[in-house]
Design a protein around this ligand. Structure first.
Ligand code: FES
Length: 349
């Protein structure tokens, strides 16, 4: 199971007026713990105004270094992203959880052709994946479609232009700007016509091995459905939600009654009763058990556990596959118990 460790801030680089890249130094003894697969994220824990905040950020750097870099875009006032953009300084120490996440590209020596669609800060995991794909084989290709308001608000713009020059004929990037048409950019938002233009016109002779999509929920659904309309199988479409709808989803009928919950965490066992209309993670945190979590909205996958006994139902799941659910995995932040007893194991995931 992943744990928090204090990591020093080694560098802060301004990317746009409202985003920064934060680099953490990794001490020698933690190098293995913070080893990651391109596409994974870290969760940062910080107390601000007396409240503990946890926020997940995708890693944009390449593996095999003694540091880890994440991109943080300011999305709130007074929250962690505001703090990171205005007050955080080199030398500060933050609590950082070891890398997690399933939106990954596992580097292989074979030749790969990958296409990715990203919007806003959804570019961060893609940055790490781009470098891994291009470095894994000298014939691999990467096509990126990247949507923003303008070039001034485009995170990693200069890095992407540099990559284009470095990997001519292997890395192709299409900037899509919604505020106004600038230079070579496409104008508007990433939509059905953008996907068709890139896949059916610009790269019509390319057979892509995999597709990665990262950004707001609406964009992910639209791109994914358009790809499926082109007969691309769902196993080749990988996506990571960065935000979710604000509405707190619920089961059609909230389960009633009580459940005796057993929690296995770090080889310890905790037992206590909980109401079935409460979500498992909420009940666990109320008992002051230090279970892993971050978004609490079914987006990040930090809270995964395995059901060892009993049944539970998730309100929302866009992360676990049917096979993983059949194996007993659940997002505890989304799960209500359905049986008189339920055992969840955070260690066996
Ligand atoms: S805490 Fe993020 S999915 Fe449950």
């Amino acid at each position: 199971m992943s744990h928090f460790h204090p990591l020093p801030v080694k560098n802060i680089k301004r990317l746009t007026p409202s985003s920064v890249a934060i680099t953490f130094g990794i001490p020698k003894e933690l190098l293995q713990t913070y080893d990651f697969i391109p596409g994974q994220y870290i969760t940062i824990k910080k107390e601000l105004k007396g409240k503990e905040l946890r926020r997940s950020y995708s890693i944009c750097s390449s593996p095999k270094k003694d540091c880890i870099t994440v991109g943080v875009k300011k999305v709130d006032k007074g929250g962690f992203s505001d703090y990171a953009n205005s007050k955080l300084a080199v030398g500060d120490v933050l609590e950082v959880m070891s890398p997690e996440g399933r939106f990954v590209f596992k580097p292989t020596s074979g030749q790969k052709k990958i296409a990715a669609f990203a919007a806003g800060s959804g570019i961060t995991p893609i940055m790490s994946i781009v470098k891994a794909v291009l470095d894994s084989n000298s014939k691999s290709q990467f096509v990126l479609v990247y949507g923003n308001k303008s070039y001034a608000e485009t995170m990693f713009y200069t890095d992407l232009v540099k990559l284009q020059l470095e990997y001519t004929n292997r890395f192709f990037v299409y900037f899509v700007n919604s505020k106004e048409q600038e230079g070579d950019s496409l104008f508007g938002r990433i939509d059905v016509s953008t996907v068709n233009y890139v896949l059916k016109n610009k790269h019509k002779d390319t057979q892509f091995d995999d597709f990665y999509i990262c950004g707001p929920e609406a964009m992910i659904h639209l791109v994914s459905e358009t790809l499926q309309d082109h007969d691309i199988p769902t196993e080749k479409i990988h996506f990571e939600l960065f935000t979710t709808t604000e509405i707190l989803d619920e089961l059609p009928e909230k389960p009633e009654g009580k459940t005796e919950l057993t929690v296995i965490l770090d080889d310890e066992e905790f037992k206590f009763p909980m109401q079935r209309n409460v979500r498992v993670l909420d009940a666990v945190l109320k008992e002051n058990i230090d279970a892993p979590y971050s978004c609490q909205g079914g987006v990040c996958s930090t809270c995964i556990a395995r059901i060892k006994e009993g049944k539970a139902e998730m309100v929302k799941n866009q992360i676990l596959t049917d096979g993983e659910i059949a194996e007993g995995l659940i997002l505890t932040c989304q799960a209500h118990p359905l049986t008189p007893t339920l055992t969840v194991d955070y260690d066996d995931v």
